[in-house]
Design a protein around this ligand. Structure first.
Ligand code: COA
Length: 190
């Protein structure tokens, strides 16, 4: 029953086979958003995303326990214990998607959309900040999800770097709740 479907080799999303594209270096075809991300029009190095795996958890915990990263998270105000981290991983709602980004063959950060369509992103390898990687990842996420989700973000009023990132990628500020701005994805058609 139903139409045949296939998975993207990178993000594991489900697509009809004729939507998928062959990419050099990928074992199987990938979706258009992953194709665009991994094969940039400039000579930038390859950036890919894959769903977070159990084997990523140690590294992701180390990233999430860096105050330079978590000071910007609305839902975290201190280091996380291993058991709570595993609990978080295992009890994620099925509509939540967490992707680990790899650049030049190594893992460098995370981009995610939660069950309420809120987007989060960080580049954990701090020396890579300012090279456009978050912009490429957020563009990937909006391309991949904007037709199925009402993408939003919650960004601290002090986090101007992130505000500029989200505005560059098609988000607009809609609201302010205390020290947090709410952004909604409107695309680049204004
Ligand atoms: C916010 C964060 C994700 C930005 O990551 P980043 O990789 O430095 O972002 P980018 O490189 O895409 O953009 C940063 C700057 O580099 C510039 N840049 C340099 N080269 C670029 C290129 N090739 N393409 C696009 N932008 C480029 C951008 O214009 C941007 O300048 P601006 O800040 O003056 O607008 C990162 O600082 C981070 O992880 N912060 C901590 C966690 C956090 O705050 N997350 C967001 C919570 S909502």
């Amino acid at each position: 029953m139903g139409r045949m479907s296939s998975s993207c080799a990178f993000c594991s999303g489900t697509f009809s086979p004729d939507e998928l594209l062959s990419l050099d270096g990928a074992s199987s075809p990938v979706c258009p958003a992953c194709y665009e991300l991994a094969e940039p029009s400039t000579d930038a190095a390859s950036l890919t995303v894959g769903p977070i795996q159990r084997a990523d958890l140690e590294l992701v915990l180390a990233w999430r326990n860096n105050p330079v990263i978590y000071e910007h998270f609305a839902e975290q105000d201190g280091p996380i214990q291993w058991a709570d981290h595993v609990d978080w991983f295992e009890s994620r709602p099925p509509t939540r998607r967490d992707y680990v980004a790899s650049y030049d063959g190594r893992r460098i950060g995370v981009v995610a959309v939660d069950a309420s369509d809120f987007v989060s992103i960080y580049i954990a390898e701090l020396t890579l900040w300012g090279e456009g990687l978050a912009t490429r990842l957020l563009d990937w996420l909006t391309t991949r999800f904007h037709s199925m989700r009402d993408l939003q973000a919650e960004i601290h009023a002090n986090n101007e770097r992130s505000q500029r990132l989200f505005e560059r990628c098609g988000f607009e500020r809609t609201n302010r709740e205390d020290d947090w701005y709410v952004y909604a994805y409107v695309g680049d058609s204004q």
